[in-house]
Design a binder for this molecule. Structure first.
Ligand code: ACO
Length: 301
């Protein structure tokens, strides 16, 4: 399709495989499937969910929200449901909002889903992006805790000055769909990879440090870091900056590529199911993405 090689992709990104959805699958289908698994794992009945957040940039339709399709697929009779667009940081933003809802007594159980089908907005003639992205979904059930476990701290930030580094130019109110926008490939994700790389390395470390500071803990206290899986070299450089051994980073980019909002929950779920996360462990979830957005959650499991 493009002038590239397996060797270039492996060494420059760490990606060996990617998952791509079937043509008849949409974001809500993957989201609902991941939600069912999360609810089963948490032993929570879907009817207990009072808040449903879907973090995505590849919603089923521009209107209504994908969260409403997911609500319908899960058979939840009534709950607050909305989409959240913070690109690859979406899951961290969603977890943080659900925590605030629960702490404020506005709900008891929330479902936070990160899902993206970036294959739907990838230009397979653009070698700078098409080698990176895969489709996926991951979900978490969030509820109150009665001891010192749970989401201890968070740090969220954004910088709209960097919006043009990762964007999909057409299809919104700025540049509605037209024959020209399709012909000009303007419905595909555009990225200045090299610039993104430099910003990412700086802000991943900063996010973890800021969130740790808020709960009075140190990098040495962390059992595992679950980073956004964008590029193995970004993860390695962040580990060096934070002075944390790479063994303490959960890495599965080789199997899935960059799955955007799904990346952190996919890695978290895999780490938990493989026994890498034990009760009492201190985790840092950290991500960056289009916006630019970035942030971290510190969680006592
Ligand atoms: N195959 C072969 N060569 C390539 C490819 C490819 N697939 N892609 C780029 N190149 C070439 C370039 O043309 C360039 O060639 P030149 O030196 O002759 O001009 C050379 O490789 C180096 O290009 P760079 O862009 O400097 O390569 P870099 O080492 O930065 O790697 C990459 C590119 C993998 C995209 C990297 O910059 C990266 O991972 N960036 C971060 C992307 C990211 O994290 N995105 C996350 C956000 S996505 C979201 O929010 C939805």
């Amino acid at each position: 399709m493009v002038d590239t090689s397996d060797e270039w992709i492996r060494t420059r990104t760490g990606i060996l495989e990617r998952r791509i959805c079937a043509p008849d699958e949409a974001a809500s289908d993957l989201a609902a499937e991941s939600a069912r698994k999360a609810l089963e794992h948490a032993k929570v009945d879907p009817q207990e969910i009072e808040l449903l957040i879907v973090a995505t940039v590849t919603q089923d339709t521009l209107c209504p929200a994908t969260a409403c399709y997911v609500q319908e697929q899960l058979g939840i009779k009534a709950c607050a449901a909305f989409d959240l667009n913070a690109a690859c940081t979406g899951f961290i933003y969603g977890i943080t909002i659900s925590k605030a809802y629960i702490q404020a007594g506005m709900c008891d159980k929330a479902l936070v889903i990160g899902v993206d089908l970036l294959s739907r907005v990838t230009d397979y003639e653009d070698r700078a992006t098409c080698i990176l992205f895969g489709d996926g979904a991951g979900a978490a059930v969030v509820g109150p805790t009665d001891d010192d476990r749970g989401i201890l701290a968070e740090y969220l930030s954004a910088d709209g000055k960097l919006a043009s580094l990762i964007h999909i130019p057409a299809g919104g109110s700025r540049l509605p769909a037209s024959v020209e926008t399709v012909q000009n490939h303007q419905h595909y994700l555009k990225m200045s990879g090299n610039e993104v790389f430099k910003v990412a390395v700086r802000i991943l470390g900063e996010s973890v440090n800021q969130a740790l500071q808020k709960c009075g803990l140190k990098v040495e206290d962390l059992s595992l870091v679950i980073p956004h899986q964008a590029n193995i070299r970004i993860i390695e450089a962040s580990a060096r900056r934070l002075n944390i051994s790479l063994d303490k980073f959960y890495i599965n980019i080789d199997k899935y590529g960059n799955t955007s909002a799904a990346s952190v929950p996919l890695a978290l779920d895999e780490a938990v199911r493989k026994g890498r996360v034990k009760s009492g462990d201190l985790l840092a979830l950290v991500a960056f993405g289009g916006g630019f957005t970035w942030g971290a959650n510190i969680i006592r499991w």
